[in-house]
Design a protein around this ligand. Structure first.
Ligand code: ATP
Ligand code: FE2
Length: 332
């Protein structure tokens, strides 16, 4: 089975063709804002401008490896969550492509795609997933036919919180990697809010408090303290999800997963609990076309496709509304 997938929920437009064995071809065009954060309209214009060139280059790469467009069994696209204007651009390309190749469409939940590429590209089988990116922060695990959300952010994603603080501190976008570097030079800890409510966490107040703390503390110390608090909150909820579900694997997903301090804290927690900790290669952690294509392949093979009339995008598409038709369930 061969599936072409298109991702474009935010800043990355990426298309890939995969089969059960591997990623056959992948082409990515990244939108980089001139100033500040992502401007949704500009990002959508970027995707619209590059969509046909990306698909053309992808099909060329595919042919170059001895395949034919007629070998493609389905077209997958990220249906949400994400920026509405970006999602609509990608969905339009996907519909056109599905019609011209006369194959089914598969609308993919972006959060689930992060999980499935991790299960494909690491030995993780039935993990508790910590998905941390700019727009999303969730702890998920499979149970009774769905990916359940065990905990999530009550306001903004951890990546956006880091980026927002970094912008306020005069650092360029994206701020996450810069904060990680400054944190390494810290000499002390600054008291900042630690907000876990039940199984959920909140980052907006922490981001604002960190900005205020810059008036009396060094950037290095504030970066360090921001990371320590935010990551401890995420690790605490991940650990409680492990205890609650009885699972013994943790999978890290999303762009913030590049952070080595977060990985270290998760690694220590997993070690303490006798759980396995898995991190995919970096190219499969941030937004990528391969994850959409591969999840589309799993859905298509289990009989799930998306008729054109149901292919409208959903900017707040929740992963726990999707029937996971491709995993046999032991605990019905
Ligand atoms: P989504 O659509 O899933 O919300 P996204 O558009 O935010 O994804 P990702 O590539 O998953 O894209 O994540 C980007 C985020 O990751 C940015 O907020 C960026 O600051 C953050 N990030 C990248 N590298 C690091 C790092 N080393 N430490 C902390 N944060 C990082
Ligand atoms: Fe993402």
């Amino acid at each position: 089975t061969t599936v072409l997938g298109i991702e474009g929920t935010a800043w990355n437009l990426s298309a890939a063709i995969v089969n059960e064995d591997d990623v056959i071809a992948e082409v990515t065009e990244t939108y980089r804002p001139a100033t500040g954060g992502i401007h949704p309209r500009e990002a959508a214009q970027h995707h619209a401008m590059y969509a046909s060139a990306v698909i053309e280059r992808l099909l060329k790469e595919f042919r170059g490896k001895g395949h034919h467009p007629q070998d493609i069994d389905a077209i997958a696209f990220s249906q949400g969550p994400g920026l509405g204007a970006c999602l609509r651009t990608v969905a339009t390309s996907a519909r056109a492509l599905a019609m011209s190749l006369d194959v089914p469409l598969v609308g993919v939940n972006h959060c689930i795609a992060h999980i499935e590429i991790g299960r494909w590209k690491t030995p993780a089988n039935d993990p508790v997933v910590l998905y941390v990116s700019g727009g999303n922060s969730q702890v998920l695990a499979h149970r009774a036919g769905k990916y359940r959300i065990f905990g999530e952010t009550l306001d903004i994603g951890i990546g956006n919180a880091l980026d927002k603080f970094a912008r306020g501190a005069g650092l360029s976008h994206p701020g996450g990697p810069k904060i990680e570097e400054y944190a390494k030079e810290a000499t002390g800890y600054v008291r900042l809010p630690y907000v876990v409510k039940g199984m959920d966490f909140s980052f907006s107040g922490l981001s604002t408090a960190a900005k205020d703390a810059l008036k009396s503390s060094s950037l290095e110390d504030v970066c360090y303290s921001f990371q320590e608090n935010a990551f401890a909150m995420l690790v605490e909820v991940t650990e409680r999800a492990l205890a609650h579900t009885g699972k013994n694997e943790v999978l890290l997903a999303g762009g913030v997963g590049a952070n080595m301090r977060l990985r270290e804290m998760l690694d220590v927690m997993c070690d303490d609990r006798g759980a396995q900790f898995y991190v995919p290669e970096k190219r499969f952690m941030g937004d990528n076309g391969a994850m959409i294509a591969y999840t589309g392949l799993l859905m298509f093979k289990s009989g799930t496709t998306t008729p054109i009339e149901n292919s409208h995008v959903d900017p707040s598409f929740r992963p726990d509304t999707v029937d996971v038709t491709w995993i046999a369930d032991k605990h019905q």
